[in-house]
Design a protein around this ligand. Sequence first.
Ligand code: UDP
Length: 251
Amino acid sequence: MSKNKVDILGVHVDSLTMDEAVKEIQVFIEGKKTVLVATANAEMIMRATYDHELKTILNEAALVVPDGAGTVWAAHHLGHLMPERVAGYDLAQELMREAPRRGDRLFFFGAAPGIAEKAKKKAEKLYPGIEIVGIRNGFFSAKDEPEILHEIQEAAPDILLVALGVPKQEKWLAAHLHELSVPVSMGVGGTFDVMAGIMKRAPRWMQKAKLEWLFRGALQPKRAGRLMALPRFVFKVMAYKKSRQRKGTRL
Ligand code: UDP
């Protein structure tokens, strides 16, 4: 584990600022590597505690940014520095903002039919000159996969944003990363839904008060059950700290 990684319930999360995350990703693009970037919120980390495939993917990813107040809280509780929250939505926007100047090309894969198109239009309005070289909705069956892979390969983006939800997007990417040979691929959850205007982000004051999770839970009843992941995460992190202290393991 590199020195900038923080172990949260066995998931190695990078401790870095938004600016640093953007710069690292740009270095990956320039290096023409083929890497996976993940955005770890409390829910994803909780899932990784019992989903070993997800945990391995995260621990092998080139970058795992601290998405969400829960992740930052956990790092601090475990005695580590974690300068700020790097939300996946915001990170995707920063990469798009920089894309026209740098000439980075993007592909939007995921969300319901019609949503990625709307997100593309929004990106073109917000970031004039941006090149979205392909879009594809995220509802497909196994027989469509070769065609999807071919579409992405043909479009040859520098950045592939994948919105299939957690953990499907991470697992899909891990399985296909090397066939795709796209420099940077990142799972972005509900980002296209927000850009298309069918899902709202919490107001700024709620984000600042670290209450975005509550807003999302209240807005999407199907998420209400998932809200319990946060208190469970808090208890689990507290127990993790105690057990590591008991064993004398460095946190
Ligand atoms: N989605 C998709 N294909 C699927 C399942 C989900 O494209 O088979 C999309 C869904 O339409 C939404 C996104 O994946 O745009 C998941 O968003 P959510 O906010 O639920 O993400 P999570 O919080 O799970 O990362």
